[in-house]
Ligand binder design. Structure first.
Ligand code: DAH
Length: 342
């Protein structure tokens, strides 16, 4: 028994108690009614009187050591507790919570969506990994169109016969909507698109677009113009002027590009508008009859208009941002400037 007590004395001496859980474990193990010390004292009672003299002293010392250890541990935690209590001043204002801010692209996307929602446009989405047919074929791009070239399109390696790619525009969502819904269709499709472009202040390999589509009986170019006038005035203000220039897209006929008064110089001419006073903000046109037919819509009965704009371009104009790369760098000094626009 003597050696057992010695061993235990060394063990208890080596225990380190750093938190209340440890202290309680310690108490249960050594000091509780069924703990090691209680068992030893029971055993002690059965010893011969000569042995009791020697072991009794050691046993008492062990008990003292254990109690001391436990008391110190309790002191430690109650000290912590009382000093923590004293340091809390309930009248102090709390630490400010940094909520972050919305990304400018999200802010502008939301504004665009709100503006079109007000005149009855729904929102549609499509996948970012597309097949060649939805991105090009159905939209009347000939097989040898240069946009399909490796220069512009990121192709995705696959074992399927169909070519897969990262969509180069949100016009692919038009195709999905027209295939799945019957006219009247009035929808916008915001989303991310990808092109194999060299990254610069004016171009990036990923950016965002919003596509618009309206298909019904008797939809005309006048409806398209009126909708875009409404959009520009809501987005940039009533004073902004608009002009349409004839253009070409395989999926619209006739096609146009739309310019607005340069917001930066208010039409006077500056480097952003290349001294012209105008900046291009979108492409548009009447949906090509072939595209309607490719999507199962009777082109004798229905007509439609479509438009597509870059969200980065609109955001740059709205907040006078000169370098498109800022949108993708997640620099807090740039992003935190949009806090007040929450
Ligand atoms: N998809 C075109 C692009 O990415 C933009 C566009 C032009 C969309 C004309 C349209 C449209 O719906 O009618 O450059």
């Amino acid at each position: 028994m003597e050696s057992k007590v010695k061993e235990l004395t060394a063990e208890v001496g080596g225990v380190s108690i750093t938190n209340p859980e440890d202290a309680e474990q310690f108490r249960l193990k050594y000091l509780s009614k069924k703990g090691i010390l209680a068992v030893l004292f029971d055993e002690f009672k059965t010893l011969a009187p000569e042995e009791r003299k020697v072991v009794g002293k050691q046993l008492n010392e062990l008990k003292q050591l254990a109690e001391q250890k436990f008391a110190q541990a309790k002191d430690l935690s109650s000290n912590n507790g009382s000093s923590a209590k004293e340091s809390i001043d309930h009248s102090l204002p709390s630490e400010p919570v940094d909520l972050g801010s919305r990304h400018p692209i999200s802010l502008v996307r939301t504004s665009i969506v709100d503006i079109f929602n007000k005149i009855g446009f729904t929102i549609s989405e499509g996948p970012e990994i597309e097949d060649d047919w939805h991105n090009f074929g159905a939209l009347n791009f000939p097989d040898d169109h240069p946009a399909r070239d490796m220069q512009d399109t990121f192709f995705v390696e696959s074992d399927y016969a169909e070519k897969w790619l990262l969509r180069t525009h949100t016009s692919s969502v038009q195709v999905r909507v027209m295939k799945n819904q019957k006219p009247p269709i009035r929808t916008i499709s915001p989303g991310r698109v990808y092109r194999n472009e060299t990254i610069s202040a004016r171009a990036h390999c990923q950016f965002h677009q919003v596509e618009g589509l309206y298909v019904d009986e008797g939809v005309s170019f006048a409806d398209l113009k009126q909708t875009l006038y409404y959009f520009v005035h809501e987005m940039f203000g009533e004073d902004i002027k608009i002009r349409f220039r004839p253009s070409f897209f395989p999926f619209t006929e006739p096609s146009a590009e739309m310019d607005i008064t340069c917001i930066i110089c208010e039409g006077k001419g500056c480097p952003v508008c290349k001294q012209s006073g105008w900046v291009e903000i979108l492409g548009c046109g009447m949906v090509h009859p072939k595209v309607l037919e490719n999507c199962g819509i009777d082109s004798n009965k229905y007509t439609g208009y479509a438009f597509g704009m870059g969200i980065e371009r609109i955001t740059m104009l709205r907040y006078q941002i000169k370098d498109l790369r800022l949108f993708f760098e997640n620099d807090m000094r740039f992003l935190s400037q949009f806090k007040s626009v929450l």
